[in-house]
Design a binder for this molecule. Sequence first.
Ligand SMILES: [Fe+2]
Ligand SMILES: [Fe+2]
Length: 164
Amino acid sequence: MLPTKMTEALNKQFNNELQAAHAYKAMATYFSDKGYQGFANFYLIQSKEEDSHAMKFYHFLVTMGEKPVLHKLEEPKNHFENALDVVQQSLEQEREVTRDIYSLVSLAAELKQHSTSSFLDWFIKEQMEEEESFRIILVKLKGIQEGGEFFLKMDEEFAQRKLE
Ligand SMILES: [Fe+2]
Ligand SMILES: [Fe+2]
């Protein structure tokens, strides 16, 4: 069992991760619609990755004898200006998730929930990687202003991404 406050906060993050998966699928549609299959593939995999994060919270709650509760999903943003806009919003979304994870880590420490603290360690590292990966894409996209052909080269590269 966990303190109610801890359970509620972990359950909220379980739902946040599902919302993130939803948002990334909406971003994938921007690229599918334009015919950029590589970028669409990247975002669809990103969505699956968020689902797998949600399931980590699901299983942790169950392991601790708590019941995960599903909330209603919000409508994600469905309109984007361009690829740069999508990636900028992805980075912003990941920064928000990092703030949420930090709040969870602080709460776990405050309530002396060491199992939860240990569970959350993985997410601290994961958020570092998530933010970095979008920052790298952003830098590359900005570099494309130097020459449009790089964009298609990136698209081919992203088409190779597989779910690990
Ligand atoms: Fe996540
Ligand atoms: Fe993420």
